[in-house]
Design a protein around this ligand. Structure first.
Ligand SMILES: NC(=O)c1ccc[n+]([C@@H]2O[C@H](COP(=O)([O-])OP(=O)(O)OC[C@H]3O[C@@H](n4cnc5c(N)ncnc54)[C@H](OP(=O)(O)O)[C@@H]3O)[C@@H](O)[C@H]2O)c1
Length: 284
């Protein structure tokens, strides 16, 4: 198949592109600076000429704190560019898959969010991603796949940030009052390619299975790597940030597992595989 992937140099899409190529697909990678999704007409002309049979939209303004001040830019990339891609997909009669986020939810639930749960974003990032979902859903052949707490080998992420900090700080505090599921990009990509032949359009959730807090997550890889730097739990309010974070963002995976016929690996299994891919000598 000929497949367009936006945000192709990003943490998620770079792994997706590699996977699609390994499966023998022809990939049209779109990213800055060659393909700016904000150049709506240029993107439309390019894709209309290339005629991809499937579009993955992984591009986004993902710096959630920056989005609070760069509101127009966030809306342009996360929503309007997605709407443009949806129109192109309709004209090409190609399915489009939009990557979305747990930030579309308020985070005040006490059980995992179903794909059908009402959205109520707290931040500009979440609002613009929710608007992107609405625009994408105007294409009849659309998938919206929400994920959360992503980490992968090709991008800035929580694991690498913490491991760097552990080398320079005498001790570290990590928030222990946000619950979610850390998600290894490689596992997400294995699921994303299964949407290619899928015809059950709609909203899906993908994270690694299980749930924890950022502190619980850090404790796990601290133990695997045997890191001596002391780690302490703290509250979100002790680290005020421009964008509010959902306190609870566990996503229900039942629909994804049953439609794609997959068992999703646990977050504990995933972090172990990530670490052994990163630095085999470091894993106990
Ligand atoms: N990271 C997470 O924890 C997380 C959680 C939930 C959902 N998501 C979603 O997952 C998707 C992938 O995230 P990621 O972590 O892989 O993000 P990422 O590494 O920041 O990748 C996003 C890519 O989009 C590109 N991009 C930004 N503006 C563009 C434009 N105008 N035209 C073309 N490309 C543009 C970026 O280029 P530059 O780097 O040059 O700006 C970057 O290569 C996003 O939809 C995000 O909302 C991420």
């Amino acid at each position: 198949m000929k497949i367009a992937v936006t945000g192709a140099r990003g943490m998620l899409a770079s792994v997706l592109v590699r996977k699609l190529l390994s499966l023998g697909h022809a990939v049209l990678p779109l990213d800055l600076p060659e393909h700016d999704l904000l150049q709506l007409a240029a993107v439309k002309n390019y894709l209309t000429a290339e005629r991809p049979e499937f579009i993955y939209n992984c591009a986004a303004l993902t710096d959630v704190d920056l989005c609070e001040t760069e509101v127009e830019k966030a809306r342009a990339i996360n929503a309007l560019a997605a709407g443009n891609l949806a129109e192109i997909a309709v004209a090409l009669d190609a399915p489009i898959l939009q990557i979305s986020t747990d930030y579309v939810f308020a985070g005040d639930a006490d059980r995992p969010y179903l794909p059908s749960a009402p959205t109520a974003p707290l931040s500009v990032y979440g609002q613009t991603k929710a608007e992107g979902e609405r625009l994408i859903s105007q294409a009849p052949k659309h998938f919206i796949v929400r994920t959360a707490w992503l980490y992968g080998h090709n991008g800035k992420n929580f694991v690498e940030t913490m491991l760097k900090q552990a080398q320079v700080r005498p001790s570290l505090q990590v928030v222990d009052d946000q619950r979610g599921a850390p998600t290894f990009v490689d596992d997400f990509v294995e699921a994303l390619v299964l949407f290619l032949p899928c015809r059950e359009y709609g909203i899906y959730h993908f994270t690694n299975s299980g749930e924890t807090t950022w502190y619980g997550f850090a404790q796990e890889f601290w133990a695997i790597l045997g890191i001596p730097t002391p780690l302490y739990p703290c509250a979100t309010r002790e680290f005020p940030r421009p964008a509010p974070r959902p306190a609870y963002s566990v996503l229900d995976l039942t629909k994804t597992q049953s439609v794609l016929k997959i068992e999703i690996p646990s977050w504990q299994d995933a972090i172990r595989r990530y670490l052994s891919g990163r630095n085999p000598a470091g894993v106990r």
